[in-house]
Write a protein that binds this ligand. Structure first.
Ligand SMILES: *Cc1c(COP(=O)(O)O)cnc(C)c1O
Length: 329
């Protein structure tokens, strides 16, 4: 299904799928953690899978510089810089937020990878225009830029999670488990779109539950539907994704994207103290909060088989360490 797409290898797959015994017992469901935080490249994360296809495309097109965007704590920016460096490409990161000289977490790593980091205090809608301007500037200097959209969110990037859906189905077969739910942090919706398209094309009935880390549910659902259908088109598949195929919860945003509350840190502590599992305060802790609440509320029946897709984000802990500590550990 995927072999005809250009791809670079950035990590070893499959990533582990491990049982979270103690957490599962606490919740009355069987919890399996899909460890996409566990990859060789620069602390790993879901963006690595997307970048395998996106940078495969960039190399095919003869690019020598990659431009992308994200917030100051962007995992996607860090991993784009790392992957590009490994492939011998330059990186320009157009980040949104307050300029700072204090380099911590992902921002420190971006600098370490030698990325050209440019910080703008503009709303997210303006970054595409800025990336175009950067591309023009590079072209006039004789360079060949390739723009990766924020979060790697286009059909090519989604192929990374079509591939992951295949990988998960194989792992479940080996374990003899049939999963009922897969829960993960959803932002641009590209991860969810790839998984939803992949499972539907494979005719596997795992309900994907996206937990928003800030955006409104309806906005994410419509982006997932659009991206998933662009992905099945790219795969030459007749499978269509309908809004009814996409479930997103926006009840666990804790006040918005990047807002860190006591509940977030309590969830980080619970995962750490039950499983030795490290969650980040922007994405994965909120996703876990959703999983816990949906299990406790009975949305997931007792005894369900539930996969928690750990999408990465570890370095964010060290960018917001003071905030995380402020609620007491
Ligand atoms: C980017 C990111 C997400 C969101 O993924 P999307 O494909 O944009 O929905 C979730 N978790 C982590 C850790 C991320 O870095």
């Amino acid at each position: 299904m995927l072999s005809r797409f250009p791809r670079v290898r950035l990590a070893s797959f499959p990533t582990p799928l491990e049982k979270a015994e103690r957490l599962g017992r606490l919740l009355g469901v069987n919890v399996w953690v899909k460890r996409d935080d566990f990859m060789e490249l620069a602390f790993g994360g879901n963006k690595v899978r997307k970048l395998e296809f996106l940078l495969g495309d960039a190399l095919t097109k003869g690019a020598d510089t990659v431009i992308t965007t994200g917030s100051l704590h962007s995992n996607h920016a860090r991993l784009t810089a790392a992957a590009a460096t490994k492939l011998g490409l330059d990186t320009v990161l157009v980040l949104t937020g307050e300029k700072t000289t204090q380099l911590k977490g992902n921002l420190l790593l971006d600098a370490l990878f030698g990325a050209d980091v440019r910080i703008f205090k503009v709303p997210k809608q303006e970054v595409n225009k800025i990336m175009q301007e950067v591309a023009h500037e590079l072209i006039t200097r004789g360079k060949k830029p390739y723009i990766v959209p924020g979060g790697g969110a286009n059909a090519i990037g989604c192929l990374g999670y079509v591939s992951a859906s295949l990988e998960i189905v194989n792992q479940l077969n080996d374990l003899g488990v049939s999963a009922n739910y897969l829960v993960h942090a959803t932002g641009t919706g590209a991860t969810q779109a790839g998984l939803t398209a992949g499972f539907k094309v494979l005719n596997i009935d795992v309900k994907v539950l996206g937990i928003s880390n800030g955006r409104r549910k309806d906005d994410i659902v419509s982006d997932v539907v659009k991206l998933a259908n662009e992905t099945t088109d790219l795969l030459n598949s007749r499978v269509r994704i309908e809004p009814a195929d996409v479930t997103v919860f926006d009840d666990y945003t804790c006040g918005g994207y990047g807002v860190i509350t006591r509940e977030v840190t309590e969830t980080m502590k619970l995962a750490a103290r039950s499983e030795g599992l490290v969650l980040d305060p922007v994405y994965t802790a909120k996703a876990m909060m959703g999983l816990i609440s949906l299990a406790e509320k009975g949305f997931m029946e007792k005894g369900s088989e539930v996969i928690f897709l750990h999408t990465g984000g570890g370095p964010i802990i060290f960018q917001y360490d003071e905030k995380v500590q402020s609620f007491g550990l």
